[in-house]
Design a protein around this ligand. Structure first.
Ligand code: NAD
Length: 459
């Protein structure tokens, strides 16, 4: 475990998943206090919402530089608490700082009012604040996930109550503290704790619940939000496929598969979790992926050269080991890695001979496993890729025309052809099927934190 709650002393202690040592603690927010926190947020929203989007962007922008100024210290805290390599902790903080500097204006533009003209009439299309936004976030990108919600919600004129993961409360609190150096009081508050605090926040008087986390929790939140018809953005789990077609650049495909299966120990919602390789190239691809996996050594996340740090908690590693054992028992072959390491460490692992009756092809893994299924042709690859309840990302490597045709048939929100899923600036982050409802980023994503209103007058 990386966290321990002591309800008697009222503290949530965060432990380093690599060493088991405590990193620090935060006070647990009693659930009974959450309605009053939300009431404070509603009061603070009045003056904040009365400013223009541009004024709010101007207030928030300096927080970007403040994050960048403290990137080394905060990157280290992120690593100590979450377990990813130091370089990745640092780059998450730096990315957040740089994004604040550039994105506040993009969000302000997206939510600025605009006019529509027709014969004899003018309509003003307004993107007004909703009120109070509850942001409930996971541990895998413990600063970036809060930022994906907090930043657009605030620039759009809402106040925010952030409930970060109980696994990574310290870095989320540090992030909120930096923003609060520039924000008016009460506009951004945090509550700490686990399921109980999340539940109490969802049940409180909030207007929108922006949630990123597991499907199971998303379902609970949706059920609980129904009675108040609260608005929802749910970014949930996935089981992203990679299809490798005959004629693909196998070096590029293997390099991508290794990076996208192993980074952050596979604890990424758009990790490659299922690989379908066409029979004529399957063996050659597996050999190249096993070779590429050598560049992902597991070890102390603070040491130079470590590519895979610690998994965030023991329970997460146990799930991964159970899927690995099930696959091996059903006939999969380990061609790289495979042995469970001490503590919360798990090596980059490549499996061949994988079939769809194995748990590893059904449930989200969230670990550094790259399972390869050999398929007869692209037709079978598409059928199996779509045989999942999830549909966040998908990637196809192959000859350009054929790969594009295959990509168009995959039921996922974000698809990459001969590259990863990240789209050009302005692209939304979108999930299909059980991977989510609503989306983030891009003008449409930013506007999900708004109430759309039209006011029409005679021209
Ligand atoms: P989780 O669902 O266990 O927890 C997420 C948050 O919800 C935490 O803050 C937790 O305390 C809170 N929570 C728990 N029970 C609650 C309840 N009943 N009501 C309200 N809040 C509650 O998820 P996790 O283990 O922290 O994160 C991993 C999951 O997140 C994976 O499934 C991953 O795919 C997903 N994820 C998705 C995306 C995406 O963009 N789709 C991005 C990152 C992570």
């Amino acid at each position: 475990m990386t966290t321990a709650t002591n309800t008697e002393s009222g503290t949530l202690t965060s432990f380093n998943p690599a060493t088991g040592e405590p990193v620090g603690d935060v006070p647990i927010t009693p659930s009974s206090e959450i309605p009053a926190i939300v009431a404070r947020a509603r009061e603070a929203q009045k003056a904040w919402g009365a400013k223009t989007p541009k004024q709010r962007a101007d207030i928030l922008r300096p927080a970007g530089q403040r994050l960048l100024d403290r990137a080394t210290e905060l990157g280290r805290l992120l690593t100590l608490e979450q377990g990813k390599p130091l370089a990745d902790g640092l780059s998450e903080v730096t990315h957040c700082g740089e994004k604040i500097l550039s994105e506040v204006d993009e969000i302000a533009d997206a939510v600025a009012p605009r006019e529509l003209h027709a014969e004899g009439m003018v309509t003003t299309l307004r993107y007004d604040p909703l009120g109070v936004v509850a942001a409930i976030t996971p541990w895998n990108f413990p600063m970036l996930m809060p930022q994906w919600m907090v930043l657009p919600a605030l620039v759009a004129g809402n106040s925010v109550v952030l409930k970060p993961s109980e696994q990574t409360p310290l870095i989320a609190q540090a992030y909120a503290d930096v923003l609060n150096e520039v924000l008016p009081e009460g506009v951004l508050q945090t509550v700490h704790g686990a399921d109980d605090q999340g539940k109490a926040l969802v049940e409180s008087d909030v207007n929108l619940i922006a949630f990123t986390g597991s499907k199971a929790t998303g379902q609970k939140i949706m059920a609980s939000a129904a009675s108040g018809l609260k608005r929802l953005i749910l970014e949930l789990g996935s089981k992203d496929p990679l299809i490798v077609l005959e004629g693909a650049d196998l070096d590029a495909a293997a390099e991508f598969a290794a990076r996208n299966s192993f980074r952050n120990c596979g604890q990424v919602c758009v990790s490659t979790e299922r690989i379908y390789a066409e029979k004529p190239i399957a063996d050659a691809f597996a050999a190249k992926l096993a070779e590429a996996a050598k560049a992902y050594p597991s070890g102390d996340p603070t040491a130079e050269g470590t590519a895979l740090g610690a998994m965030v908690m023991r329970e997460q590693k146990d799930l991964v080991v159970a899927q690995l054992k099930d696959a091996i028992a059903k006939g999969a072959k380990v061609v790289f890695g495979g042995e469970s390491l001490e503590g919360n460490f798990m090596p980059a692992t490549v499996l061949t001979g994988v079939t769809h009756d194995m748990d590893i092809m059904k449930a989200e893994t969230f670990g550094p496993l790259a399972p390869i299924v050999t398929v007869a042709d692209a037709e079978e690859a598409v059928r199996l890729a779509n045989e999942s309840e999830y549909g966040l990302g998908a990637v196809v490597f192959g000859p350009e025309d054929k790969a594009q045709q295959v990509a168009a048939r995959i039921d996922a929100g974000m698809i990459g052809v001969n590259r990863g899923i990240h789209g050009a600036p302005g692209s939304p982050w979108a999930g299909a099927k059980h991977s989510g409802i609503g989306y983030h980023m891009g003008p449409d994503g930013h506007r999900q934190f708004c109430q759309v209103r039209t006011i029409t007058r005679n021209a």
